[in-house]
Design a protein around this ligand. Structure first.
Ligand code: CP3
Length: 356
């Protein structure tokens, strides 16, 4: 089915029999790793690291060299699109992202019109380099969801609750829909270019979808995600023996909307710790695979506690394929690297029981 030596993750996505549950970790390439800190220091800044394919390739590979993870995720960011649009993205130390020229009015939007993919060529070059060096594992490419990227573009950075986009939703929904429409086209194009460069799996991070109520989640977030995934499925339907490009949808706080998320035509739903995998599995009713959902804070506990929680989660999903082990959100910078070994080893060892 694929040329990869370790295709556990792809098999779990298609819910085919596997020997053990695959695991990868959201934000696995990052600040908790001393080797990441060293490469980032060499790059000088986070964006320079993203934009230098040799270094971005290096940090993509670091976690899969250190741990027996079942997938790599390309080192990049969801905010590369606003950066390529010339909105003045900066990452100040300990301050999160800043977007100097936010989108607030019709006139701001009129300046966007097209996304020049040339300005994201460093992402595609990184993917090509990683594929040359990483022959045995699948590679995940990603974008932010239109709603989540718009939240930063409108706010001009990160603010608790993203009040500016929430207000625009009430006061000028038409402007917001115009921006979301445009972003959906850009995000589709960026994912498509990542597919051409060699990713095996496409993921959308809808980190801020959970700020919305159900009706608004469907209107302002899910609707656009569905446009992107259905178009990807249609365009690349001949990939993977006509199963298309596998798509993962993660909405933080999305446990309320599992039924709706399935309708986007994604293959995997990422859930946080607000729902048990048992309940999530009942709701998906064998239509998609499930990714998640250990609370990242367990990684600050002892290896014994981590192991116990791994068993709880594996047991909650139960027997058979269709589970991609992950955290319910990104790993935090304060995690001791050896705790990640304990996690990965526990998942592979303890899950065998559930695949007999
Ligand atoms: O998962 C991976 O290892 C791949 C790399 C990756 C990064 N960002 C690298 C990064 C991925 C998949 C992302 C996605 C991303 N970026 C999201 C969605 C995922 C989520 O956690 O909800 C969001 C919301 C962003 C936006 C972003 N990027 C913020 C808010 C920040 C600053 C705060 C923070 O979390 O660090 C970033 C910076 C960033 N992106 C870092 C990394 C490793 C830290 C930069 C540094 O080295 O200082």
């Amino acid at each position: 089915m694929s040329q990869l030596k370790n295709d556990r993750l792809l098999k779990a996505i298609w819910r085919k029999p596997i020997d053990a549950t695959p695991i990868w970790i959201m934000r696995q390439a990052g600040r908790y790793l001393p080797e990441y800190q060293a490469t980032r220091a060499r790059a000088g800044s986070f964006m320079r690291l993203c934009k230098t394919p040799e270094l971005a390739c290096e940090v993509t590979l670091q976690p899969v060299q250190r741990y027996a993870l079942d997938a790599a995720i390309i080192f990049s960011d969801i905010l590369t699109i606003p950066d390529a649009l010339g909105l003045g993205l900066e990452f100040l130390d300990n301050h999160g992202p800043i977007i100097r020229r936010p989108i607030r009015r019709e006139a701001d939007l009129l300046q966007l019109k097209t996304l020049d993919l040339e300005r994201l060529s460093y992402v595609y070059e990184t993917i090509q380099m990683v594929r040359k060096e990483l022959r045995h594992l699948p590679l995940i490419g990603f974008c932010g969801s239109p709603w989540t990227v718009a939240a930063y573009m409108i706010e001009g950075g990160a603010q608790p609750g993203f009040p500016t986009i929430m207000r625009m939703r009430e006061e000028n929904p038409e402007l917001l829909h115009n921006l979301l429409n445009l972003l959906s086209k850009f995000i589709f194009a960026h994912l498509e270019a990542q597919i051409h460069a060699g990713i095996h799996v496409a993921m959308l991070f809808d980190t801020w979808g959970g700020l919305l109520n159900t009706a608004d989640y469907e209107t302002f977030s899910l609707y656009y995600i569905k446009q992107i995934f259905t178009q990807l499925k249609r365009t690349y339907h001949h990939y993977n023996d006509n199963k298309g490009v596998p798509c993962i949808l993660f909405t933080k706080g999305g446990h309320r909307w599992i039924k709706q998320m399935i309708e986007t035509e994604c293959d995997v739903i990422g859930v946080d710790w607000e729902i048990s995998l048992q309940e999530a599995r009942q709701q998906v009713d064998d239509q998609v695979a499930i990714q998640g959902n250990m609370h990242p804070q367990y990684l600050l506990q002892s290896p014994e506690v981590i192991r116990d929680e791994v068993l709880n989660i594996l047991d909650s999903y139960g027997y058979g394929s269709g589970h991609l082990f992950n955290l319910g959100h990104g790993i935090t910078p304060d995690v001791p690297p050896e705790h990640v070994s304990a996690l990965v080893d526990a998942v592979h060892e303890l899950s065998r029981l559930y695949h007999q």
